[in-house]
Ligand binder design. Structure first.
Ligand SMILES: Nc1nc2c(ncn2[C@@H]2O[C@H](COP(=O)(O)OP(=O)(O)OP(=O)(O)O)[C@@H](O)[C@H]2O)c(=O)[nH]1
Ligand SMILES: [Mg+2]
Length: 218
């Protein structure tokens, strides 16, 4: 038997170098499914696009809006030739017509179930009302698919430190039975708080070679 090929992990990305790559309404329009990808998911208005802009220190990268439902496409941002961040359409926005909502849900499910390069899910929830029914559904889906999930409790600047910490503890205790796959932190795009913790998680996922075959890596 030959020795296995050495597996070379990609370097941790420079998030400030993120560039818009493409948008997709359906899975076949997504960029080639190779390398390492992390998706930002969550209810409409949770702060997904704002978190990506805060992380990359680029206010214009992902479109943000006071009008929920702004991000209707799957938006891809390139960090390096093999590493991407993905801004997913928000779920749970009541004012979108049912047929449109059903189409988004279908495309979202399709992406989450079929995307091989997806290494982990950043699940965003407003710290003032975490773990809503759709959030729980998303979390349960990820855990049942053995997909790592990191919860960002966003808009932490809207709460005082005490109540924010109490919510974090509550969410962490909900995740406790799945501690090998799921974690949580406070985050504020407005104050740029929580970057270090988020970057540690993203770096680990975007450089993880454990589930790759040696021949998948150059
Ligand atoms: N105070 C505060 N407001 C925030 C924060 N993050 C986002 N917001 C505001 O929340 C609103 C929604 O933010 P977006 O980033 O567009 O939310 P989204 O999750 O991308 O929404 P969709 O694209 O509709 O799914 C905007 O008005 C943001 O300015 C934060 O950390 N603190
Ligand atoms: Mg958005």
């Amino acid at each position: 038997m030959n020795d296995p090929e050495p597996v070379i992990a990609p370097a941790a990305p420079n998030y400030r170098a993120a560039q818009y790559l493409t948008s997709a309404a359906k899975l076949p329009q997504c960029p080639p499914d190779t390398g390492w990808e992390v998706a930002f998911a969550g209810r409409s208005n949770a702060g997904k696009s704002s978190a990506i802009n805060s992380l990359t220190q680029n206010k214009k990268l992902a479109k943000t809006s006071k009008t929920p439902g702004r991000t209707q496409l799957i938006n891809f941002f390139e960090l390096s030739a093999k590493q991407r961040l993905v801004d997913l359409p928000g779920y749970g926005f009541a004012k979108v017509p049912l047929a449109v909502k059903q189409e988004w849900t279908k495309q979202l499910e399709n992406y989450l179930q079929k995307r091989q390069s997806l290494r982990g899910l950043i699940l965003l929830m407003d710290v003032r009302h975490p773990l809503q029914p759709f959030d729980r559904q998303m979390l349960d889906w990820a855990l049942s698919a053995s997909m790592p999930v990191h919860i960002l409790l966003t808009k932490a600047d809207k709460l005082k430190r005490g109540p924010a910490s109490a919510t974090l503890l509550q969410v962490r205790s909900h995740l406790q039975p799945h501690s090998e796959l799921a974690s949580a932190q406070l985050f504020s795009a407005l104050k740029h708080d929580g970057h270090e913790e988020l970057i540690a998680v993203l770096n680990a996922w975007l450089t993880d070679t454990s589930i790759l075959e040696a021949d998948e890596i150059e």
